[in-house]
Design a protein around this ligand. Structure first.
Ligand code: FE2
Length: 288
């Protein structure tokens, strides 16, 4: 089954969907066509040219202090961009509170990013090529028993859509790839943490997700032939998905805002629909 895109009205209704949170946990992308997030006249400059130092892909704020990283522009412009990201973080939090109230008080908001560049189509390396279908996994930042929930918004000023591909459901993908993945070594996980290659011990789940990410991106036949669909997100649209569960590739588009949030598996309405539990079920044992 290909991940469905579920269009949600301002009132929180979606045709044929009884519960937004259940659709989301089941692997849907929730798309909100008409939520307001207006820019002030001063802020319009942020979608006229990239205010980025060009060293990193994105500009972001992190942590309680919301320190801005990777930006360019005058001090006044950088402060305005920081305030815009703080406002977007509140917008994403408000969206979760209103449309996914089961997660209120349970999600932890992480980084907020401004993505002013076109999707990177230079073929730097297959591993960093996000046009290839993949699920998100972070090499240096073990996720363990957390889920990656992301809130995206297209802020392109010229009508240009954000173009994605979405792929088949996680379970079907995992069945094809799990037999090819190398086994987990608790010893090397402890070593990576001791050497500070990872910020915490890499769990078996993290190990599997990193190898899935790489195996998927390396397999050009799978990339071309696997079940998939093109999706266009128009400017002004906001979409929400578990990016560790939903197979996706970013094909094009410029100017986007993104909020990452972490949710403990145990805080899900249906923990058994998490990639953690799906992988354990496919292996027939709990993960280490
Ligand atoms: Fe991704």
């Amino acid at each position: 089954m290909i991940s469905p895109i579920v269009s949600v009205s301002r009132e929180g209704r979606a045709p044929g969907v009884a519960s937004l949170v259940e659709a989301l946990e089941g692997g849907a992308v929730l798309m909100f066509p008409g939520l307001d997030f207006p820019f002030s006249p001063f802020e319009e400059r942020f979608v006229e040219r990239p205010f980025a130092d060009g060293k990193a892909k994105n500009v972001n704020i992190r942590g309680g202090a919301a320190e801005l990283r990777g930006a360019s522009g005058s001090a006044e412009e950088q402060e305005a961009l920081r305030q815009l990201l703080i406002r977007y973080r509140r917008f994403a939090e408000g969206l979760i509170d209103r449309y996914l109230p089961a997660y209120t008080g349970k999600v932890a908001l992480a980084g907020t990013s401004y993505r002013p560049f076109d999707v990177d189509r230079r073929k730097l390396s297959w591993r960093r090529d996000d046009t290839r279908l993949h699920v998100d996994a972070f090499p240096s930042n073990p996720i363990g028993e957390k889920r990656i929930l992301r809130v995206f918004r297209n802020i392109n000023p010229k009508g240009e859509p954000r173009r994605w591909r979405v792929g088949e459901d996680f379970g079907s993908m995992a069945e094809k790839f799990l037999p090819r993945l190398p086994g987990y070594s608790p010893l090397s996980a402890r070593l990576l943490a001791a050497l500070r290659v990872t910020k915490a011990r890499r769990s078996e789940y993290d190990h599997l997700m990193l190898h899935l990410h790489d195996a998927l991106k390396r397999d050009m036949e799978y990339q071309a032939k696997a079940p998939q669909a093109d999706v266009h997100f128009a400017p002004g649209q906001t979409w929400v998905t578990f990016s560790d569960l939903v197979m996706h590739g970013a094909m094009g588009g410029q100017y986007m805002l993104e909020q990452t949030a972490y949710l403990p598996v145990a805080a899900q309405v249906h923990p058994e629909k998490s990639p953690q539990r799906i992988l354990a079920a496919k292996l027939g044992r709990p993960l280490q």
